[in-house]
Design a protein around this ligand. Structure first.
Ligand code: PEP
Ligand code: MN
Length: 353
């Protein structure tokens, strides 16, 4: 159910409707829009009695949302969600594309700073690096954990880059929430509902990767889990799915970008690194993702990819990242979008860190 407030409804009226919904045993999610506020109602009890809400002051109408995903849906919020990063000019989901680059794993301070310097010089605003790695083999490099998070916090201080990194479980989530700017939930955890709920209780943006064999609806329902806990800052990420094709590691499903944009207000970025598994395809598929309307790219970059401790075969060189930035800019311009160059950080924001 969705309560649509009148454009002139006051904050007190919105608050009163939320309290009424809670008294009925449901959760209220006020979602302000450009014209009016909508209040999503979630809960796993019976249906809400619409009549009891319709007569409350400031309410325009009460409508049933027929889709299984509610807060994720454009029915609840028509305008695109734009995620902001306080104290900086970086956004995800607006006109500007979010360019996220960095190594698969943080391996050492030197390697991380070498990658970060190249990412910042190329003009990207976001840095990625794995501290906790979900590896197929228990004997493979598992990541440097908290030490890696500290190195990336230093990268933010030095270059201004906002940090995106994965939380593989609820313990890692606490640490990632403490050090990073965006909490990544990996493909393998897309249906780890307790982790999704825990990420939903945080107030940092969550980058949710599509599961290895997830349908569009399953993907959106995973985002719904996060939002149902009150965290509305979710960024979806297409990173390729399993298919019969064996010329790539995964099959990058770019058609999910317009499919998501039709149904949901959430931003969606594309990962052409995991999406192809091959260095020689990353730039081409990155360009294609921008052309299809993605809100940004997340790409693995290393100054010595052949020495990388994880995912070297799909990791591009810094020069290739520069090429991808330049070509993405040109494609974005055709679409009326923009690839911002560099991040501006307010003095106070950097001093607070
Ligand atoms: C990663 O970003 O390094 C990663 C492990 O991604 P995914 O969850 O998409 O496999
Ligand atoms: Mn990787």
């Amino acid at each position: 159910m969705l309560v649509v407030m009148k454009p002139q409804a006051t904050p007190e009226q919105i608050q009163a409707v939320c309290e009424h919904i809670q008294q009925l045993g449901f959760r209220a999610h006020p979602l302000p829009g450009a014209q009016r506020t909508a209040i999503g109602i979630t809960g796993n009890k019976d249906r809400v009695e619409a009549a009891s809400l319709e007569d409350l002051p400031g309410v325009a109408e009460v409508i049933a949302v027929s889709k299984p995903y509610k807060l994720v849906s454009r029915d609840v919020k028509e305008e695109n969600t734009i995620i902001t990063f306080p104290g900086t000019d970086a956004t995800i989901g607006g006109k500007d594309l979010a360019m996220i680059g960095g190594p698969c794993s943080v391996e050492s301070r030197e390697q991380t700073f070498a990658a970060a310097e190249a990412i910042a010089a190329a003009g990207a605003q976001f840095f990625r690096g794995g501290a906790f790695k979900p590896r197929t083999s228990p004997y493979a490099f598992q990541g440097m954990g908290e030490e890696a998070l500290k190195i990336m916090a230093d990268v933010r201080d030095r270059f201004g880059l906002r940090i995106v990194t994965e939380a593989i479980d609820t313990d890692a989530l606490e640490l990632v929430d403490h050090y990073a700017d965006v909490i990544q939930i990996g493909a393998r955890n897309m249906q780890n509902y307790s982790l999704l709920r825990a990420a939903g209780r945080k107030r940092k943006p969550v980058l949710l990767k599509r599961g290895l064999a997830a349908t569009l609806e399953e993907f959106l329902m995973a985002a719904e889990y996060i939002m149902s806990e009150g965290n509305y800052q979710v960024i979806l990420c297409e990173r390729g799915v399993r298919s019969f094709a064996d010329h790539t590691r995964n099959t990058l499903d770019l058609s999910i970008v317009p499919a998501v944009q039709r149904l949901s207000h959430l931003p969606i970025v594309v990962d052409p690194s995991h999406g192809t598994g091959k260095r020689n395809m990353v730039v081409a598929l990155g360009r294609a993702a921008v052309a299809v309307g993605a809100d940004g790219l997340i790409v693995e970059v290393h100054h010595q990819p052949d020495k990388a401790l994880s995912d070297g075969a799909q990791t591009i060189y810094p020069e290739q990242f520069v090429q991808l930035m330049n070509e993405s800019s040109q494609i974005a311009a055709i679409l009326g979008r923009n690839v911002p160059r560099g991040i501006h950080v307010a003095e106070t924001a950097s001093a607070e860190r």
